[in-house]
Design a protein around this ligand. Structure first.
Ligand code: EPU
Length: 368
């Protein structure tokens, strides 16, 4: 008998009945839909607010079923991973899609690298530790960054002289407009400093499902960042392993950055501003101690933490919204702060820095 094949959500079924069964199963996934869902534990700032509707997403089928549901498909949407680069300024009046798919696996080899694919819902640092325990280096400088793997390409996470783009191979993302799964390689993602296509053309359009990393077979420690090199030297490690580099990064981070479990925060609240050489030289003439770093394209990155520190904000608060004592670039929730209070503090800092240095700081987290 001739067998007819039907293309279903993302696989092939062999009968119309199978298609029907399949679609019913996909719809039934929406049984996990909830309303008035509390988000406080799902954003690292610990802002207490709610989502009108909340849907855990562990597969493409759930997203397709959501798009097929007339009650859901036109709601405003917020894609949530670890909630670590997010400031919620009030209840979210739409649908929160919470990525919770899991799985990390080797996905092949290239001549000079090993490919590792990771589901978007995994915690970033769990991925880093998985790679290290499998003898793979490349992500160690990015140890302990809070958040999920799916969120990591959006702002091209970076720390201690490395960034995600260095070891990125490709990703799969669900297109909320076409309902198709897209595959994007590194060029297509258009990574920049804390930036990617997911903050621009694909903002609110792409749901990242999995990320594949290319980890070097021949690994060299990246010790460009002086503080990291010094930390290893002080520990007597002249030929560190990837795990030892990771341990050193964790030691530095733990000393300088607040643990979101203990005190609500979203890491650096501002990007380090990038200015041209004329602006930098004029600022340096007026403030000889100013910290700046030359960029490959001839521009200069200023240390926003230093600028904020100079304005006297370090350790200060407005109500329950504060500036972290050990790192002026990090805003913290000292307990019960609303997103609006954090924003008010951010805006007072932006105004002060602009008045004193003529530079406008740009917020790093997504503000909703
Ligand atoms: N500085 C001060 N006062 C401060 C903070 C910093 O004077 O309160 C000075 C430091 O002395 C140093 C310079 O500013 O000379 C840079 O500081 P640091 O090395 O701590 O790094 P950063 O520029 O403040 C960036 C990233 C961090 C990342 C660190 C380490 C951004 C926006 N932030 O911070 O990323 O961990 O470098 O690589 O690029 C994050 O994105 O959430 C984050 C924490």
């Amino acid at each position: 008998m001739h067998r007819q094949f039907y293309r279903t959500k993302n696989r092939v079924a062999t009968s119309a009945a199978a298609v029907k069964r399949y679609n019913r199963r996909a719809m039934s996934r929406l049984a996990s839909l909830q309303f008035d869902y509390p988000l406080q534990r799902l954003n690292t700032f610990g802002i207490a607010c709610k989502a009108h509707a909340f849907l855990p997403v562990d597969s493409v089928e759930v997203l397709r079923a959501m798009l097929a549901d007339p009650a859901l498909r036109d709601l405003p949407r917020l894609v949530l991973g670890g909630g670590s680069n997010l400031l919620l300024t009030g209840d979210f009046p739409g649908l929160v899609l919470h990525l919770c798919n899991k799985g990390i696996e080797r996905a092949g080899e290239k001549a000079d690298s090993v490919l590792v694919r990771c589901a978007a819902g995994e915690r970033w640092d769990d991925l880093v530790q998985w790679t290290l325990s499998h003898g793979l280096g490349g992500l160690e400088n990015l140890s302990l960054i809070p958040g999920s793997v799916g969120a990591s390409p959006i702002q091209n996470i970076g720390a201690y002289g490395a960034e995600l783009a260095d070891c990125f191979h490709s990703l799969r993302a669900f297109d909320l407009v076409s309902g198709e799964v897209l595959k994007l390689d590194r060029d297509a993602c258009r990574f920049g400093y804390r930036d990617s296509i997911f903050k621009h053309e694909l903002r609110e359009r792409a749901v990242i499902l999995s990320v594949t990393f290319a980890l070097p077979k021949s690994w060299h420690a990246n010790l460009r960042y002086t503080e990291l090199a010094r930390e290893l030297e002080n520990g007597g490690l002249t030929q560190p392993t990837p795990q030892q580099v990771s341990d050193a990064v964790i030691a530095i981070r733990t000393r300088k950055l607040p643990d979101p479990e203990a005190i609500g925060n979203a890491g650096s609240f501002f990007k380090n501003p990038v200015v041209d050489v004329v602006t930098r030289d004029a600022l340096l003439a007026a403030h000889p101690a100013m910290v700046s770093f030359p960029q490959p394209d001839g521009t200069f990155k200023l240390a926003a933490g230093w600028l904020i520190d100079q304005c006297g904000w370090k350790g200060k608060s407005i109500g329950p919204a504060g500036v972290y004592e050990k790192q002026a670039l990090v805003l913290v929730n000292r307990g019960g702060a609303s997103g609006q209070q954090i924003l008010a503090l951010a805006s007072a800092i932006q105004d002060d820095v602009q008045q004193r240095f003529g530079v406008r700081l740009e917020a790093e987290p997504v503000i909703v």
